[in-house]
Design a binder for this molecule. Structure first.
Ligand code: FAD
Ligand code: SF4
Ligand code: SF4
Length: 475
């Protein structure tokens, strides 16, 4: 019976939910894709060929049971689809919106490989969970029994929140500490609303608070409260602090040259309606300016598209490789181009002019022979330099971890040579007894879905640790 509803990929074309036209969407920070209508979600889900070995699932970091929830969606059994989807993913509505599906589940869908166009897995996942919220199927966190043990989580990003959710559902007392005034980490202050509207994140924060998770916000661990104090208060601690140290360029401190994370945080605060002096003063505001963004990753894409929405006079993105070799999602490049961003490929910054900044010195590049990894290294084309005029330059060159052992005075906390916290694969256990780590602070700058995976795995390991300690105490 199920088969009759499925395998429609030859008869039904791939369709994404409707995208708002660029001239409208660039006037606000709302998401650009509409929700699927119910019939359309069922139709798109019915394209799945129900593979015996589903590559979509094996390439989803959470190993979501995708074929099953696609079939249930096609059959109109949405509540069951939601139950299956949320069993492996703490925040499916968030992943459905912002996972780079072209590199994960959808990029590995067999019907994409056979040239028919992937099943729109992410959009169906979003639709199913948004519907579950609307219909009241998303269950509140109500542990069946309370436990006496407590866990302190440092960092309220997706890694910390996924762990908080799992631990609290098991009755553990959970306190999450964060230096920002709102939870969500980069979901709240990094990723712009046109990819992930803020009320989607705040809904999850409210669910966690309602379920008994305690939040201690505006608390910079290492300054306002020591790591040892947190360790002393709780039976186990999870470090999920992400990576925030901006990779920099030499001699780039003239007025008007800013870091991507500062620019995006201010813009997100503005979207919340906060009073933001750096925005009002024009320091971190692209309105009326010639903006140059340096970098080719997702952060750069978010900066160019934010600048457009703030009313920049022009927005250019400089990247030292070409389009095919950029790390950012091709879908985001296309969205940015539709909105009026100009990409300058094979262009590398070689200094700045003016104080305040008036231009970026640009070296034109070409791609050389592939290195040992097969990646072509960019080489300078001599004599092809020029100056790109700019009033605002945004550096989006990636992030490294802060030096936690020094900042927190915890010499026993081992880190790797890149500065990320050394944690056991699969459990997140660190070199300190009862201390675990998850998300970007372990992996380096990565993805939301991997932070969720780590948070869930680490919560399981922490529960085992608490259970073992309880068993020893009972002997
Ligand atoms: P974070 O989300 O960084 O959260 C860490 C939290 O720890 C923060 O709230 C921080 O305030 C807090 N913290 C840090 N230090 C302290 C301290 N000393 N005391 C108290 N609190 C502290 N991924 C995707 O999958 N899709 C995307 O589209 C995408 N877009 C991105 C866009 C941008 C601009 C950026 C920067 C990243 C993007 N990412 C994206 C990556 C993704 O956001 C991260 O991989 C993910 O958020 C990591 O989760 P986390 O929980 O490890 O850390
Ligand atoms: Fe795809 Fe991400 Fe959902 Fe996994 S969590 S199915 S990778 S959108
Ligand atoms: Fe369906 Fe594609 Fe996954 Fe196969 S790989 S189960 S067709 S979504």
């Amino acid at each position: 019976m199920a088969g009759q509803k499925m395998l429609k990929f030859t008869a039904v074309d791939r369709e994404m939910p409707e995208k708002r036209p660029p001239n409208l969407r660039k006037q606000d920070f709302g998401e650009i894709y509409a929700e699927f209508a119910t019939a359309k979600a069922a139709e798109q889900a019915s394209r799945c060929s129900q593979c015996g070995v589903p590559y979509c699932q094996s390439h989803c970091p959470l190993h979501n049971n995708i074929p099953d929830w696609l079939r249930l969606t096609a059959e109109g059994r949405l509540e069951e689809a939601y139950e299956i989807s949320q069993a492996t993913n703490t925040f499916p509505e968030i992943c459905g919106r912002i996972c780079p599906q072209d590199r994960l589940c959808e990029g590995n869908c067999v019907i994409e490989q056979s040239g028919h166009g992937t099943v729109t897995i992410g959009s169906v996942e979003k639709y199913v969970t948004d519907t579950a919220f609307e219909e009241g199927w998303v269950k509140p966190i109500r542990p069946t029994a309370e436990r006496s043990e407590s866990v302190g989580i440092i960092g309220a990003g997706p890694g910390g929140l996924a762990a908080a959710d799992m631990l609290r559902r098991q009755g553990v007392q959970v306190t999450v500490y964060d230096r920002y005034d709102r939870g969500g980490g980069l979901l709240t202050y990094g990723i712009p609303g046109f990819k992930l509207e803020k009320d989607v994140v705040m809904k999850r924060m409210a669910q966690l608070e309602d379920g008994g998770v305690q939040f201690v916000l505006n608390c910079n661990v290492g300054e306002d409260l020591s790591f040892d104090a947190i360790r002393g208060k709780h039976d186990a601690v999870l470090i999920a602090t992400g990576v925030y140290k901006t990779r920099d360029l030499p001699d780039s401190d003239a007025e008007g040259i800013v870091n991507a994370i500062d620019f995006l945080t201010v813009s997100n605060r503005q979207s919340f309606g906060d009073v933001v002096p750096e925005f009002d003063s024009g320091e971190l505001n692209a309105a009326g300016k010639r903006v140059v963004v340096i970098g080719g990753g997702d952060t750069a894409m978010d900066c160019v598209r934010t600048s457009i929405r703030q009313g920049a006079e022009s927005v250019k993105c400089l990247y030292r490789r070409d389009r095919a070799n950029m790390p950012g999602s091709q879908r985001e490049v296309q969205n940015a181009e539709e909105e009026g961003v100009e990409f300058v490929w094979l262009a590398s910054p070689d200094g700045f002019e003016g104080e305040p900044v008036s231009g970026v010195k640009v070296q034109k590049m070409r791609l050389g022979a592939p290195d040992a990894t097969g990646r072509q290294a960019p080489e300078v084309i001599e004599g092809a330099d020029y100056v790109e005029p700019a009033d605002l330059v945004i550096k989006a060159l990636g992030f490294s971890p802060e030096d936690l052992p020094t900042l927190w005075g915890t010499e026993g906390l081992e880190v790797t040579r890149w500065g990320t916290v050394k944690a056991e694969f699969g459990t997140g256990a660190t070199s300190l007894e009862g201390v675990y780590a998850a998300g970007d602070i372990v992996r380096g700058a990565s993805l939301v879905v991997w932070a969720i995976r780590d948070g869930r795995d680490t919560a399981t390991a922490i529960l085992d640790y608490l259970n073992e300690a309880a068993a020893v105490a009972a002997e």
